[in-house]
Design a protein around this ligand. Structure first.
Ligand SMILES: *Cc1c(COP(=O)(O)O)cnc(C)c1O
Length: 445
């Protein structure tokens, strides 16, 4: 793809926010491209979401058999919905800003197998690919008990095929674990940001890990190229994949059920406002699109990015999508939020959500670590830095004036603020201890 050279001076004159972004200052951007009643423009339908959910259910017996940690939930990969009242109080005190309504945490850091939100999209795409191959070769029907996929015969069949993906770490983990469990030859192309333990975990399971000294976009590019040159090879394309997007979107069906179980209704008087960490855009975009399909106009969404990786903000605000990278405005992409360390957003996702999303805000790495420590001490949840990007969302929505502008006092009281936590339960103890310590120092405790 040819990238047009963008005129940077022009950009700054047109979008004054860029000046603060260049200085790594936090910003809150409200999306003025948002349109009401645009549900038709979403790239996924509710039928596709149900179909994907049914596919995941077909695979549940297989997943329960190869991943013992999923046996209790009978192979359904899902995370709890938690109330975080202590954290809510702490946020209110620190910012001197009351948060009206409830504050919930969707705990995708607890998703089994991959330990991150990537379990949703990554596992789904690999499973769908495997299903299609097996059905095409007459080895499987959708009526079968899918636990047969763990047989030696099936593993031998899949070993003739290869899978690959470019990743900052977590997508590689998700795809590598699932691909290896089925018997695929699996290669993960890791960017420089990827943590060593993620690579090791994959190598331990026979996954080939290729390392690049460069950023995420380069790892994807190399992976795509190598895959094209290999027979029987399938490349999972985080920047363009509709299947990943659909896999993520199924989270909305599960959340709908969990809210019902908790007797929390979502309607005009109880708006659902979701805060999602964003890297290339697939995970938050897929989840948010799914939520739009399920809750329509009653759901609102903000993405959260590190001050050093505001790629979706830059792409959406300027309308340039993947024709601009944060490096073009002089940002170096130096962040410890490895899952979000992406310089160029997905244009597929950007275009899918641009008329639906309410805004994007950025946070400093220091805050990510401070919140990491707080959420552990106050709620006993262990998250990786990326997963904390959305936590301040309700405060930002309030302090930017957005809440007051869009809702009446009683709607604000009925609001359900949902922070999406996206990863961290597999972080090795030693690394977690170091991150907690860093956070503790930043909190000045
Ligand atoms: C990948 C990732 C995200 C964001 O997902 P994208 O699809 O890259 O936007 C958020 N949090 C964590 C922990 C991740 O690994």
């Amino acid at each position: 793809m040819k990238q047009e050279k963008v005129n940077k001076e022009n950009l700054e004159a047109q979008w004054p926010l860029i000046e603060a972004m260049k200085d790594s200052r936090e910003v809150t951007w409200i999306n003025d491209h948002k349109r009401k009643d645009q549900a038709g423009a979403l790239p996924i339908t509710i039928e596709e979401m149900y179909e994907a959910d049914a596919r995941l259910r077909r695979f549940a017996p297989f997943l329960a058999s190869v991943f013992p940690e999923t046996a209790e939930a009978e192979g359904i990969i899902e995370s709890p919905l938690l109330e975080i009242a202590h954290m809510k109080k702490a946020l209110e005190q620190q910012h001197g800003q009351p948060i009206q309504g409830r504050l919930l945490l969707k705990a995708d850091h607890l998703l089994p197998v991959a330990g991150s939100v990537k379990a949703r999209g990554g596992m789904y795409e690999v499973l769908k690919h495997a299903e299609q191959l097996a059905i095409h070769h007459g080895l499987l029907t959708t009526e079968d008990d899918y636990s047969k996929l763990s047989s030696e015969k099936m593993r031998t069949f899949f070993s003739d095929y290869s899978l690959s993906v470019g990743s900052t770490g977590n997508l590689g983990l998700s795809i590598g674990m699932t691909g290896a469990a089925l018997g695929f030859q699996t290669t993960v192309h890791m960017s420089a940001d990827a943590k060593e333990w993620k690579k090791q975990r994959l190598r331990d399971r026979g996954v080939q890990v290729m390392e690049y000294a460069d950023d995420y976009s380069r790892a994807v590019e190399e992976g795509r190229k190598l895959s094209e040159e290999t027979n029987n090879s399938f490349f999972i394309d985080d920047e363009h994949s509709k299947e990943l997007f659909i896999g993520y979107s199924t989270a909305a069906l599960r959340l709908e059920k969990q809210l019902k179980e908790k007797k929390i209704s979502i309607d005009a008087n109880h708006p659902l406002i979701v805060y999602l960490p964003c890297g290339v855009g697939g995970a938050p975009g897929g989840i948010f699109a799914g939520l739009k399909r399920v809750f329509g106009d009653h759901v609102y969404g903000f993405f959260a990015e590190p001050v050093q990786a505001p790629c979706m903000l830059l792409g959406l605000m300027t309308g340039l999508h993947d024709q601009i990278a944060v490096q073009d405005i002089g940002i170096e992409l130096k962040t410890d939020a490895d899952g979000l360390a992406v310089g160029r957003p997905s244009s597929f996702v950007g275009k899918a959500i641009e008329s639906h999303l309410d805004g994007i805000f950025t946070v400093t790495d220091d805050k990510l670590f401070a919140y990491l420590h707080q959420l552990f001490t106050l709620e006993e949840e262990k998250l990786e830095p990326s997963a904390l990007a959305g936590l301040e969302g309700p405060v930002r929505a309030e302090m930017s004036g957005w809440l007051e502008q869009h809702f009446t006092a009683s709607q604000r009281e009925g609001a359900v603020h949902l922070v999406w936590s996206t990863g961290g339960s597999l972080v090795p103890e030693k690394e977690m201890a170091a991150m907690l310590k860093k956070g503790e120092q930043l909190n000045g405790l």
